[in-house]
Design a protein around this ligand. Structure first.
Ligand code: 13P
Length: 250
């Protein structure tokens, strides 16, 4: 059975005191039990966030990690390092990592392998650019990102994968995919998963939508059959808005 999940990607926001403030505010909210909640602060605040949330069900995720175990990779952080501070979830393939930091599908495939070898849960992100959608290529682009980035894994590893469809044109732009556009793509992804794997995989994996999800549109988007929650950017930086998005499932 797939789970409803709402994850907050804080991106490069919040120093340590802002992290504590946001988490304290979140802990004061009345959050429904029906949804798994994840927050992804910057690397520097992962351990503190994890400790601050020990008495809650909220999980902490990293926004990235390196594919190698150790070595001369200045500025990078390994899966084992994340696990050593209690982080079991990692976001991989965010469009900002792909576009700004040049992460390719092949590199992401290596990161996926490392995360799974370390028994971490992956939030695997993908999504088309505006030019792809305008050209009508969005299904092909998404299929290729999945094919090259994550379809090489074994069937049993899908238990440790959450997918996040984030059309690039909807991220931080205020422009959201319509609920029907989200449903259409999520349905396509589930069909593709049943072709490549089987219906157990396609029915059990949670597929999140990301891109300008706000309290005002969450209910309609999450109400779609194949949308199992959201990966939230800007609105995750405000405890009241983030909670309203989570509670859109009630
Ligand atoms: P926004 O919610 O700010 O559009 O960001 C979405 C996102 O990139 C989450 O990973």
């Amino acid at each position: 059975m797939r789970r409803n999940i709402v994850a907050g990607n804080w991106k490069m926001n919040c120093d340590i005191s802002q992290t504590y403030q946001l988490l304290d505010a979140l802990k004061e909210q009345d959050i429904t039990d029906d949804v798994s909640v994840i927050v992804a602060p910057p690397f520097t605040n992962l351990q503190s966030a994890n400790q601050a949330l020990l008495d809650t069900e909220i999980l902490v995720a990293a926004q990235n990690m390196h594919q190698e175990a150790t070595g001369a990779y200045t500025g990078e952080v390994s899966a084992a390092m994340l696990k050593s501070v209690g982080v079991e979830v990692v976001i991989l393939g965010h469009s900002e990592r792909r576009a700004i930091f040049g992460e390719t599908n092949a590199l992401l495939a290596a990161k996926v392998n490392t995360a799974l070898e370390n028994e971490m849960t992956i939030i695997f992100c993908f999504g088309e650019e505006l030019s792809d959608r305008k050209a009508g290529n969005h299904f092909d682009v998404v299929r290729q990102q999945l094919q090259e980035g994550i379809f090489h894994i074994e069937k049993e590893n899908w238990n440790n994968v959450i997918l996040a469809y984030e059309p690039v044109w909807a991220i931080g732009t205020g422009e959201t995919a319509t609920p029907d556009q989200a449903q259409e793509m999520h349905h396509f992804i589930r069909n593709t998963l049943s072709e490549v794997f089987d219906t157990d995989v396609s029915q059990d994996v949670s597929i999140l939508y990301g891109g300008s999800v706000k309290p005002g549109n969450a209910k309609e988007i999450f109400g779609k059959e194949d949308v199992d929650g959201g990966l939230i950017g800007g609105a995750a930086l405000n405890a009241t808005d983030f909670t309203a998005i989570i509670n859109a499932f009630e």
